[in-house]
Design a protein around this ligand. Structure first.
Ligand SMILES: Nc1ncnc2c1ncn2[C@@H]1O[C@H](COP(=O)(O)OP(=O)(O)OP(=O)(O)O)[C@@H](O)[C@H]1O
Ligand SMILES: O=P(O)(O)OC[C@H]1O[C@H](OP(=O)(O)OP(=O)(O)O)[C@H](O)[C@@H]1O
Ligand SMILES: O=C(O)c1cccnc1
Ligand SMILES: [Mg+2]
Length: 567
């Protein structure tokens, strides 16, 4: 989407006044993200607040999750930019107000006049930078403003953050298991949960550490590198080499033309068949497959990559590929490699590598043994981990279904909870202690230890003094009395930064480009202590509160919880 500058709400002149402010955020990427992309109860609550004259009460909400996904001990925060685009452009249109009027027929007219008047110029949004490693209970975002307006942001924000963070985390987990040296390609669009699921998946998988996507629209929208191979249909659409009419191919340097590339390929296949080192590995290869590869090479001599598993990987696909790649080599081109999309990927990649190495030795073709091997077919963290354990020769993984649908866990479960109203801290109690909310407008810090690793995240009350480098601070588990530790931080990072100041004249953080967010994510993952990151039984990262906040939580808890009576 192009930025629609006319509909951007500029909070009373602050942008013009403050030269350092970054440009106004454009419209949300998906035009379906409007103030009506909300649950009805937000509008009914807004009405009830308005009817009670309470709608301008100053509220503070925290957006956070309770448990890391995929059995891990970390999460990557995604979706912030879209939330900021949403608040920056928040304004109900006349037709939206008419619809709400029809959906809420018992509400007074004055309420709809109020809805017509609202924007987010009275709202402030603080957030952890997008792409950061984050942990349960720590607010990813803190949203302050008139209670009726902030209440309207609940579902759109959750909708924008939940899947984004989940799929970014899923991508990061795939990156960690595959290792830095492998190329990761996101192939999920066809299996994604609808168009927004597909576009979001491509964007956030890139943020989480993938190298490229096959999704062309995501490439256009976000500048993500595009990559792709070809399908089985292309191979099986050919029946014989006779189908190739235009057989000429200009050499790479343009100095000569091979008039019959098909015969060159056939000659190479004969030579490979006769090669001593490959004797007995294969006999006759499938000629329709050879025709498909030859034809693809004629179309893309500089980018020749062949899907080799349509008929038989070792007896047909790989030798056919080599015949075409060697012919290209004669004309100064360098083939890219192969894709395997079925069978035992460890075994087949190892066999294919041996074949390429034999060709390199037999025909003295520099680096032929290093030919790229891409693997796909229902890959996920477990299969990549299994391949690593077995040993394999795959250079690139193409991953679709399991990645983009987040098959291992359907949702992250971020929530949006009121923590303060009119300067009064509020708490939400639950039988389940993990569901008790942490009251108060808070500050959050990440404390780093001597070895450079983050040791603990700590929440304090807004007005408490900040932790200091080299000064011992007591970090308490928010709910378990016995769990506490002293920490002497060597480095301290305040986590929540102002991304939307409304008209408060605070400095607004810039929304970084996607490449910068991706880099941040990679750096954060690198920084973590390895035992927090391992796949099996990872060590939980400590999330804590200050002693003062601990006491206050428990004071409020006791004062709000009714005392039971036994009879
Ligand atoms: N060496 C391996 N170790 C563990 N898992 C593997 C290995 N090689 C492949 N896999 C996985 O095993 C599964 C194989 O699936 P399946 O048997 O349904 O496919 P296939 O028969 O190989 O191919 P097709 O898609 O043609 O049916 C895939 O999820 C794949 O990622
Ligand atoms: O396996 P995924 O991780 O989802 O990756 C994407 C898959 O999509 C393509 O398959 P295609 O649509 O041709 O279907 P098929 O593999 O089921 O035959 C491709 O060949 C991959 O196998
Ligand atoms: O380019 C590919 O190989 C590709 C793209 C999408 C899905 N499967 C494979
Ligand atoms: Mg498949």
């Amino acid at each position: 989407m192009e930025p629609d500058s006319e509909s951007i709400a500029v909070p009373n002149g602050s942008i013009e006044e403050d030269r350092r402010s970054p440009p106004p955020p454009p419209m949300p990427t998906n035009p379906m993200v409007t103030p009506l992309l909300a649950d009805l109860y937000q509008f009914t609550m807004a009405y009830a607040y308005w009817k009670a004259g309470k709608h301008l009460d100053r509220a503070v909400f925290d957006l956070y999750f309770r448990k890391n996904p995929f059995g891990g001990e970390y999460t990557i925060f995604g979706g912030l930019e879209e939330c900021i685009r949403f608040v920056a452009n928040f304004k109900l249109k006349e037709e939206e107000i008419s619809f709400l009027r029809s959906a809420m027929p018992t509400c007074e007219d004055g309420f709809f006049d109020y809805l017509r008047s609202i924007d987010c110029s009275d709202v402030e949004v603080y957030a952890i930078p997008e792409g950061s490693v984050v942990f349960p209970k720590i607010p990813l975002m803190r949203i302050e403003g008139p209670v009726a307006v902030v209440q309207l942001l609940e579902t759109p924000f959750l909708c924008l953050v939940n899947y984004a963070s989940l799929v970014t985390t899923n991508a990061a987990r795939h990156r960690l298991v595959a290792g830095k040296s492998k190329t990761l390609l996101e192939f999920g669009l066809r299996r994604a949960q609808g168009p927004d699921g597909g576009i979001s998946a491509s964007r956030y998988c890139y943020m989480g550490g993938f190298d490229a996507t096959s999704n062309v629209e995501a490439g256009r929208l976000f500048g993500i590198p595009l990559r792709g191979t070809h399908s089985h249909a292309f191979v099986s659409s050919y029946m014989s080499l006779d189908e190739i009419i235009d057989k000429a191919l200009l050499s790479h340097d343009g100095s000569s033309t091979c008039e019959d590339f098909v015969t060159l390929v056939q000659n190479w296949l004969n030579k490979i068949q006769r090669a001593k080192s490959l004797h007995g590995v294969f006999g006759e290869t499938n000629q329709s497959e050879l025709a498909a590869f030859t034809s693809y090479a004629l179309a893309f001599p500089k980018n020749f990559l062949a899907l080799v598993d349509t008929y038989d990987v070792i007896r047909s696909g790989v030798p056919n590929f080599c015949a075409v790649a060697l012919s290209l080599n004669d004309l100064g081109y360098k083939a890219i490699g192969i894709r395997l999309d079925s069978g035992d990927l460890a075994y087949l990649s190892t066999e294919a590598r041996k074949f390429f190495q034999s060709i390199e030795e037999e025909f003295d073709v520099f680096d032929f043994g290093k030919m790229n091997i891409t693997a796909s077919n229902d890959l996920n963290e477990e299969t990549i981990d299994a391949l690593n354990k077995q040993g394999h020769e795959v250079d690139a993984f193409g991953i679709g279904t399991y990645l983009v649908t987040c098959y291992a866990q359907a949702a992250l479960g971020c929530v949006f909870k009121l923590v303060e109203i009119n300067n009064q801290p509020r708490i939400k109690l639950s039988e389940d202690v993990t569901k008790v909310s942490i009251p108060c407008k808070k500050r959050c810090y990440r404390l780093y230890g001597k070895e450079g690793y983050p040791l603990v995240d700590i929440m304090t009350g807004e007005n408490e003094p900040a932790p200091k480098i080299g000064e011992r601070i007591l970090c308490r588990h928010p709910f378990t009395e016995s769990k506490r530790a002293y920490v002497v931080p060597q480095h301290i990072e305040e986590l929540l930064k102002c991304y939307w100041p409304g008209n408060s004249h605070k400095t607004r953080e810039e929304l970084p480009p996607i490449g910068k967010i991706r880099k941040r994510c990679m750096q954060h993952l690198d920084q973590m202590r390895p035992d927090h990151m391992r796949r099996l039984n990872p060590t939980p990262y400590k999330v804590s509160v200050s002693a003062k906040l601990y006491d206050f939580i428990h004071f409020l808890w006791l004062s709000e919880a009714p005392v039971g009576e036994l009879q």
